[in-house]
Write a new protein. Sequence first.
Length: 255
Amino acid sequence: MKQPTSAHGSASLTTRLTLALTTLTAATLLTACQSRASANAPAATPAAAAAPKAGDPQMLGQQLLAAAAQGDTVAVRNLLAGNAPVDAQDARGNTPLLLATAANHIEVARSLLMHGASPNIQNQMQDSAYLLAGAQGRLEIVRMTISYGADLKSTNRYGGTALIPACERGHLETAQALIAAGVNVNHVNRLGWTCLMEAVVLGDGGPRHQAIIQALIDAKADLNLPDKDGVTALAHARQRGQQAVVQLLQAAGAR
């Protein structure tokens, strides 16, 4: 005969079932919470994965460009010692040396040249450190770039040598340095002008331009090379009332 279950045994079974159900429910809830947390966790971004490492050449190059533009000689030297690319270029093609030249940061330019910076790399405007130094009258940098291999035949966006804008703008000492270095005094740019022509046409006929013209005369410049319209430097000087220049040119045999 089947024995009746005792009250004590029934209660024990009920307790065990309740505990089992409670444990199963807690485990289910825990699993669901973990799944939800995993789904909401932020994924690693490509930017984080591609973050530049210390010593990254591109990062060092950008830092060198900034330091050169600001004239921070110490930072420039430290970056060069850390193998920053000396001829790094920005979006416009400027090198650290070009940026230093534009702001006349002489010691920065010196440090860059001593570490092998090229004075001939041209930016999108076709300026190089050498050409820009000539155009802006940066005498010390002109001398340094010449010493470190500047291409004296290189030309700017107008097809002119460094000497032509130096003469036009009255940068006497710079013009003298370029003449002494051997820049062609008879080079003709795309406008059809020589350095003498620009000194007359775009100059003011004052003492500095007179001195530049005398330097060109002494360097055996061709005084009778006309512009595209066949007009000579002497004729332009007369048209502009530059009497002192007229006298200089006539005394040197200009027609």
